[in-house]
Design a binder for this molecule. Structure first.
Ligand code: SME
Length: 159
């Protein structure tokens, strides 16, 4: 239900002609507001040099503005082409700490099949903050964003 409402608001913004970046900002704000357990929410975009670059985010500033594919939870998601739901980041050897308070982390890929455009990254100060319903909600927003990225790619090809 929560994701449906978020997507309705994003659709309305898009229908009003909001730019790509404004829609990304809105998506981050909407996802961040989905749960009081989400303490840091951001989008990392995948560039052709296989580096993730931090886009819009809400929460404390992070040193991890660039993350190579394969590094940390974010880079592992891309390398393995799989979302990552980490109940306790203290158990992850290659975890890249954004805040010492972070206990769990969710990375949901923004993808069209095997093509990865970006990812939604969420940190929580609580252990195991991301239950099945929360993951499904974030995935719905990621799917919406994937269509947005796909349209941008198609528009670039047409230009
Ligand atoms: N923890 C992430 C780095 C990004 S910060 O959490 C914002 C990782 O291990 O890739």
């Amino acid at each position: 239900m929560k994701a449906d409402q978020v997507i309705a608001r994003l659709d309305a913004l898009a229908a009003q002609g909001a730019e790509f970046e404004a829609l990304l900002d809105a998506a981050v704000a909407e996802v961040h507001g989905m749960s009081p357990r989400f303490h840091w929410t951001g989008i990392y975009e995948l560039f052709p040099d296989n580096v993730l670059r931090l886009g819009p985010f809400l929460g404390a500033p992070t040193d991890h503005v660039f993350i190579g594919v394969g590094n940390g939870v974010c880079g592992t998601a891309v390398a393995e082409k799989r979302d990552q739901n980490i109940p306790d980041v203290r158990c992850i050897a290659n975890y890249l700490a954004c805040s010492s308070e972070t206990r769990s982390e969710l990375v949901v890929l923004i993808r069209a099949g095997d093509v990865i455009f970006a990812q939604i990254d969420i940190d929580s100060h609580e252990v195991a903050a991301f239950d099945e319903a929360a993951v499904a909600d974030v995935q719905q927003v990621a799917n919406w964003l994937s269509q947005l990225y796909q349209r941008r790619v198609n528009a670039g090809r047409a230009a």
